[in-house]
Design a protein around this ligand. Structure first.
Ligand SMILES: Nc1ncnc2c1ncn2[C@@H]1O[C@H](COP(=O)(O)OP(=O)(O)OP(=O)(O)O)[C@@H](O)[C@H]1O
Length: 582
């Protein structure tokens, strides 16, 4: 709101009691002031010399050299410069005096205040207010991100879409220097060059954007800047472009798909995790990968077993050899043997009689990944065991021994020990495979990973499907963090893809999540407890801790384990989020 300070007429003259009639006359004639404030040596207000006092002196035929001292009006009501606008309105309304003297806290004169000043001030207020309001409305509805900075490069206005893109709140940016909050906008450039320009592509959360910097000039001088962040259209264009590309690349797609099955695509870096147990598994897997032993990867479906197998092959001495995948559950029983060992010419009648190379042959010098090994028939288990023991096999219908150098990496989500007990999995094969065994914990037991994985997946999908999703609304995040994820990371990916397709841009809301996730029994934390002030990371972290404590019935050691953090860091976080009493 406007203050008196902004409406006063500054007065360059300070007359004193010894100022002569002549001097006072000259000033009043020149400047047409109705009154002049009179000050003492300390420049403090002692009274005013008015036009009527001047006439009085002339009427009394005082000589021009007479000091004005005896004609100073001493009972003046001065106005303090910090008088609020509302109070000022009252004073002006009730006062018969047209001009007042404005003083500072020490009673020193700072200027005059006239009724005309007041009217002009009011007019300005209304004009600025209306303009500001119209601008704000335009900003609120802007499709692009927009930022207005003043002459000092201080942020005066921002559009909600800009805040959404950078996941910030008004208080994070308003009245702060642009260079502090958004250094990469490089706004100072245009204050110097005075020319509008457009940046190269930038990227945040997989969303591409361009910065359009426009200087605002007044009388040839830069008095501010408008920054326009274009991102939504970019992603839409991107999407169209991608569709075109997809069509063009179809043929080569099939080609690469074919090749893909024999090449390991992933490395340890593709396995995203911040959980201490996962880090340990990654380390020991990397170590095991260097040797020759069989590796058995255990864990629920969708926990990333195949990813580990790829990474293990890629960090082994065999990385230049093939990485051949066999899904033991997907191949019909009667074909499994020929898939593994191939067959000789003439082993079958008809079109296929020209022979076929088996997966063991293909993987020679490389790795053979036997996925879902728990789903293999006992008959084949026996044959596999023989190859593992003797490192040789016969093709179907063949009599020649084929020697191979293949490293086996097997995976299963089945309980092999139970199966051995039941007699559905060979004990000797079990021991052969179980030389180095890795167990990947389910996602619900490494809640910090839900956070990091969802962020990574969001970035990736923004890029791939052309959405511009910037995060989650607190309640949606809470559901994500407390859901039990039976399908693990695979399910998380599917949920994210679906939610991002629904939401398209902005934040993912509860209604973008599948209904089955919303069942109240999965949501373990009080929803009102997620406050707006917390950052996304903080609120996710707090929800994770609360959920872990609820799940472990308050057992801090177990909760820390579930979260993948040390006990002391759990205690730090409990203090930080004031969760101690829970
Ligand atoms: N830690 C992780 N970081 C990144 N992506 C992951 C991670 N874990 C799993 N994924 C992703 O989740 C999906 C499922 O992973 P993967 O196929 O390796 O699981 P799996 O345990 O082999 O499943 P299944 O037992 O059903 O074969 C894949 O898209 C994979 O890329």
């Amino acid at each position: 709101m406007i203050t008196l300070k902004e409406m006063i007429t500054p007065i360059p003259y300070q007359i004193k009691e010894d100022t002569t009639l002549k001097e006072a006359l000259n000033i009043m004639k020149e400047e047409k002031y109705g009154l002049l404030p009179v000050v003492n040596e300390a420049r403090k207000l002692v009274g005013v010399f008015t036009r009527s006092r001047l006439f009085q002196m002339v009427k009394l035929e005082k000589s021009l050299t007479t000091p004005i001292k005896d004609f100073v009006k001493r009972d003046v009501n001065s106005l303090k410069e910090d008088t609020p606008f509302k109070e000022l309105q009252e004073i002006v309304r009730n006062s018969s005096v047209g001009t007042g003297v404005v003083v500072d806290a020490e009673n020193r004169v700072v200027g005059l205040f006239t009724k005309a000043d007041m009217v002009m001030g009011l007019l300005n207020v209304t004009r600025t207010l209306n303009l500001k309001q119209s601008l704000q409305t335009a900003m609120d509805h802007a499709y692009d991100g927009i930022l207005l900075a003043d002459e000092t490069q201080t942020i005066q206005m921002v559009s909600p879409s800009l805040l959404e893109l950078f996941n910030m709140d008004y208080q994070d940016v308003l009245h702060k220097k642009t260079n502090q909050v958004f250094p990469h906008f490089q706004i100072s450039k245009i204050y110097e060059s005075e020319e509008a320009d457009i940046s190269d592509f930038h990227e945040i959360n997989g969303i591409k954007y361009i910065i359009h910097r426009i200087p605002v000039k007044q009388e040839g001088r830069v008095v501010g800047a408008i920054v326009k962040i274009m991102y939504r259209q970019l992603n839409e264009v991107n999407e169209l472009f991608k569709r075109l590309q997809k069509a063009e690349n179809k043929a080569s797609f099939y080609h690469t798909e074919l090749k893909k099955s024999e090449n390991a695509k992933f490395t340890w870096d593709h396995i995203i995790s911040e959980h201490t147990v996962m880090e340990k598994i990654k380390k020991s897997a990397a170590k095991a990968a260097k040797g020759r032993s069989t590796i058995l990867i255990r864990g629920e479906s969708g926990t990333g077993k195949e990813l580990f197998a790829h990474a293990a092959h890629n960090s082994s001495a065999r990385k230049d050899g093939k990485f051949v995948v066999v899904n033991c559950a997907a191949i019909p029983e009667d074909l499994l043997e020929s898939e593994f060992f191939g067959y000789e010419d003439g082993a079958f009648t008809g079109a296929r009689s020209r022979g076929k190379i088996g997966k063991f042959d293909l993987a020679n010098g490389g790795s053979l990944f036997l996925d879902e090994i728990g789903d293999m028939s006992l008959n084949l288990q026996a044959k596999l065991l023989r190859v593992l023991q003797e490192r040789e096999f016969y093709r179907v219908g063949g009599t020649k021994r084929i020697q191979v150098d293949v490293r086996i990496i097997a995976a299963t989500n089945r309980n092999l020990e139970e199966m051995v007990k039941e007699g559905t999995f060979r004990e000797d094969l079990y021991y052969r495979l179980n030389v180095i065994s890795l167990f990947i914990p389910p996602l619900r037991e490494r809640m910090m990973d839900i956070q990091v994985l969802s962020e990574k997946i969001m970035s990736e999908l923004n890029r791939v499907i052309g959405t511009s999703i910037t995060g989650f609304e607190p309640r949606a995040k809470q559901i994500l963090m407390s859901y039990h994820w039976p399908g693990n990371v695979r399910e998380l990916r599917n949920v994210m893809e679906r939610a991002m397709t629904f939401a398209e841009h902005g934040k993912i809301k509860v209604e973008d999540l599948p209904d089955y996730m919303l069942g109240s029994n999965h949501v373990l934390v009080d929803e009102t407890a997620v406050t707006q002030e917390e950052s996304m990371v903080e609120s996710a972290e707090r929800v994770a801790i609360e959920t872990a404590l609820t799940k472990t019935k308050g057992n801090k050691a177990k909760a820390a384990k579930m979260l993948g953090i040390s006990r002391s860091s759990l205690y730090d976080k409990l203090r930080k989020y004031q969760l101690n009493e829970k």
